[in-house]
Design a protein around this ligand. Sequence first.
Ligand SMILES: C[S@@+](CC[C@H](N)C(=O)[O-])C[C@H]1O[C@@H](n2cnc3c(N)ncnc32)[C@H](O)[C@@H]1O
Length: 384
Amino acid sequence: MNQNVQAVELDTKARPKDPARSEMTPSRGGTKAIADDPALLSMMIQGAEQSGPLWTATPYWQGYRDRILRELHRVGLRGMRNNQVLLKGFAFGGLPRPELPASPVKRAIWHALTAIPGVNRILAEHDRVLAAEYERHKSTRRNLARVALDEVAKSFPDLQPPAGIANDDADDAFTWRGHVVVPAFAIYLTRIADFYTRIQPKDVTSILEIGPGLGLSTLAHMTINPHLRVIANVDIVPVLYLSTQFLRTIEAIDLVDYRQMREHVTIAAEPAANGVRLYQMAPWQLPKLEGQIDYFFNSFSFQEMEKEVIRNYAAEIFRLVDKGALIHSMAAGHRPGAGGQREPVTLEFLEQVFSKKWPSVRTIDGFWPRVYGGSAELTRLLTK
Ligand SMILES: C[S@@+](CC[C@H](N)C(=O)[O-])C[C@H]1O[C@@H](n2cnc3c(N)ncnc32)[C@H](O)[C@@H]1O
């Protein structure tokens, strides 16, 4: 059992519940608000406690996990899309803020220091400069996203971003050809479009992604591929909780959450009658998943795990996924020891593991490298 998870869980359970916050309400900007569901979060945390180390956050993500849980305890999900303390590490949104120390004593010292006249004036000026920079950066990101979306639309003229991408008043939202989107969505769309320029959408009716983060890649698939019926997303607690609560605000998705699958001995990946059914799964639920899935995706998340965790996932992926996989990862992985990781995970290692089932391996050039300066060398499309 992981002591850190348990310690934070006690805090989370102690938090007073506000029933009004569990309802789906329109937010200020007319997008749908993301609702808290403390009971769902508690269930997930309890599940993580009862799972082994192969299914929970490895050292690199333990600090992120604890920071997110502390922030959830402090403010919940309200304003999540603009709360960088909740999103940092797997999604964009909100003015960057320094991360305060976890220790209450150190925090108290920091608050005392910042109350000193003179110090607080300097910090206020610092905040003002940062806010101005953030605004400038936002408009640059929007402009680049417009270029990216226009480029992708040339190859996929029928693309249809699902409504709700900016839900919860994402402060960097903008309108493109009548669709309300956010700049980060365009990044994911370019990566996914590169995949669909090699693999025909009609050959992809089901996908599995491990470590999707917020879920903008899920929405990117839905934007390009009208044939998609089943998506299974696997992420660690509490990122799974954040993405579940965001993705359930998207009307085009028929979402099955952790709670609904919790008691199941097996989980059948079944298509929805219409549209897309999305299974939002905790890692330890993956062995229960049954059915055949066409393609597997991983984007910059294997590189932050331990090798035995990846091998463990690979066995499940080989059992479930038939046609191939798309992996994005840093060639050399993170620097040795980063975030407490025991050993860097290189792209070569990932290629070795996954080419056992899919021996045809190529890199994919395209929109992502061209528009965002990503490198085709960081991509591997593996097929039979
Ligand atoms: C750097 S983020 C990448 C997010 C997204 N794929 C992207 O391209 O922006 C790493 C993701 O991996 C997830 N992750 C970390 N360890 C994991 C594990 N053991 N199992 C599943 N997901 C994990 C994190 O929660 C996060 O969503």
